[in-house]
Ligand binder design. Structure first.
Ligand code: PHE
Length: 411
């Protein structure tokens, strides 16, 4: 389950947002703030969410019902399930693009192309409803297939095999990238500390990114923790997940930014970095590197999307008594519909992204902190969390920080 949690955490957020944010917000100065945010707020929220899952051994909805006999938090279970569904839908669109680009790079489609030509390829692919919807459906069916295979034989096995492979692939890309002439500037961009760039929005960005990156606030960690063995500790699970996630984000930074600078290109975040700049740069280094890069992105995206789908499937299996394969198929169908809307209408995509990361995840994290800090009996919580200091962070510091960041983001 620890591997599966790490798999959920390591995803597109690490590859296309983290490296850019680091460079934008002051290099090493941002990394320090990011790590402090992780330690003071995000990890305590992780422990809170995982404790709810491990203590109740239920899906998100069932757990919310159980922690508040009066049913006060029942709706929160639904919000978490809805958020997972929304994120799954737009995440699958990007997963589909990765699949599309893996096939293209296998066919050597980027060799000899300029960035302007690559831009046209991306615009053509993402605006073609047939292509983007069909690739999204392929990605979603892979996700549903893994989840339908079961928690151990699907999710567990996939995570155990894919995480080490993913790590090796990223390290190889980083080594190649760091040995390019001119890559030093990219390293400077990532590590030169510039404390003058650390303003309120930068701190809010660090916290928001660490929430998204650790998959918090929407029930994924809760659901996975409900499958943990009794002797596995939520503290250990959180520490490993955060270590793996942050380490991977840094390696991704060193795989990506030095190559971008070596090619003399201005760095950017999001789709343009991954689908326009990098395929061209990597294809200068031979046929294999773009294939490895898109395979890595596809694996990272899949190990996150299975955790999103599992939140919904666990609810359908435990509360609605559906079989796992039937539940997986049903979610595939509905997420396919919203995913198609996200693939075809950019406004739907952006709204889903904004609402889920800025509103729903924050709300979820706040509720989990309140449940652990103020609703569940202190003694029961301490058997899982073990430290009064951590308990204090969940009870006081985390909620205050979350509200402050949510307000900063929405203003
Ligand atoms: N943590 C994943 C990433 O970094 C995204 C994610 C968010 C996955 C929420 C599951 C739940 O890409």
């Amino acid at each position: 389950m620890i591997m599966a949690m790490a798999g959920s955490a390591v995803g597109l957020g690490n590859i296309w947002r983290f490296p850019y944010m680091v460079g934008e917000h002051g290099g090493a100065a941002f990394i320090i703030v990011y790590i402090i945010c992780c330690l003071v707020v995000s990890l305590p929220i992780f422990f809170a969410e995982a404790t709810i899952g491990k203590a109740t051994r239920k899906d998100t909805f069932g757990a919310m019902k159980e922690v508040s006999p009066s049913g006060r938090f029942k709706e929160m279970g639904f919000i978490a399930i809805a958020s997972s569904f929304i994120i799954l839908s737009f995440y699958s669109v990007v997963g589909g693009w990765s699949f599309d680009y893996l096939i293209r790079s296998c066919a050597g489609a980027f060799s000899g192309k300029s960035i302007a030509e690559a831009r046209e390829v991306f615009a053509g692919m993402s605006s073609s409803p047939t292509e983007s919807v069909s690739c999204m459906l392929v990605f979603l069916s892979l996700t549903a297939g893994i989840v339908a295979a079961g928690v151990d034989k699907g999710i567990g096995l996939f995570s155990k095999v894919s995480m080490p492979v993913l790590l090796v692939m990223m390290v190889v890309i980083a080594v190649v990238s760091l040995t390019l002439p001119g890559s030093g500037e990219g390293v400077t961009y990532l590590i030169k500390p510039d404390f003058s760039k650390l303003d309120g929005p930068a701190i809010a960005a660090a916290l928001g990114q660490s929430f998204f990156s650790l998959s918090l606030g929407i029930g994924t960690i809760l659901t996975y923790a409900s499958y943990m063995r009794e002797d596995e500790s939520v503290i250990e699970a959180g520490a490993w997940t955060a270590f793996f996630d942050t380490g991977f984000a840094l390696i991704a930074g060193f795989a990506i930014m030095p190559a971008v600078f070596a090619a003399g290109i201005e760095p950017s975040a999001g789709p343009s970095l991954v689908f326009e700049t990098l395929p061209v740069i990597f294809s200068h280094m031979g046929y294999v590197l773009p294939v490895v890069f898109f395979l890595a992105i596809l694996i990272a995206a899949l190990s996150s999307s299975i955790s999103l789908l599992e939140v919904i499937v666990a609810w359908l299996v435990e509360q609605k008594n559906l079989s796992r394969p039937k539940a997986s198929f049903l979610v595939f169908l509905f997420a396919g519909i919203l995913g198609a809307a996200c693939a075809v209408v950019p406004k739907v995509f952006n709204t889903c992204d904004f609402v889920s990361s800025n509103v729903l995840m924050m709300a979820g994290a706040l509720i989990f902190a309140i449940i652990i800090g103020w609703v569940m009996p202190r003694e029961q919580v301490l058997t899982h969390i073990k430290s009064r200091f951590l308990y204090g962070l969940i009870r006081y510091a985390a909620p205050v920080m979350i509200v402050a960041v949510a307000v900063t983001n929405l203003l």
